[in-house]
Design a protein around this ligand. Sequence first.
Ligand code: 5RP
Length: 219
Amino acid sequence: MAFTQDELKQQVAKAAIEYVKSGIIGVGTGSTANYFIDELAKVKHKIEGAVASSEASANRLRKHGIEVFDLNSVNSMDIYVDGADEITEHMHMLKGGGGALTREKIVAAVAKTFICICDETKYVPVLGKFPLPVDVLPIAKSYVARELTKLGGQPQLRNFTTDNGNVILDVHGLVINDPIAMETTINQIVGVVTNGLFAKRPANILLLATHDGVKTIKK
Ligand code: 5RP
């Protein structure tokens, strides 16, 4: 059966609800995460609340009457549920299309299990076709852009300010054969806050919406 991409996103968001048991849920950012928030609202009686990876997600959660906690007040979290722009069979992800990559990485770091929810267009053999977002302190944008060019990419400044007041460089043209090494190298450039490679801490569970149903892939 053929579904639209939005229908696939909705189906995978629904499937993730099976993993919501109790406590505080880590919630990502983007259109797939938005569908997840809408599904979470239906089972909000089961949970204490959520930690959001962006102001946009926090607002959507609050609109549904779900309490939003500051990450600093939360010691542990069972699951973090978020979409991705690309993911490989190794569960390495490229994220940040919505510009929330830094908070996403921080909230994900606290969670025991990262559940990635994607439609099948995001499942790729090699990361890098989608431009890699790099979150940069504004003072460093030109320097960091020059360093990213030395790595073989073509950085473009996004017309966007992050929730933390930073800028995003979208790096085109990278073929990322070793995502862990690339994540480490880019994070070592002075002025980089973080980059959209989630390889050192990959997803633990991938729920992948396909035209034949939602598939579960575990690492
Ligand atoms: C936001 C993200 C998103 O997870 C990613 O961009 C996927 O978004 P969508 O679910 O809208 O396709 O990393 O920073």
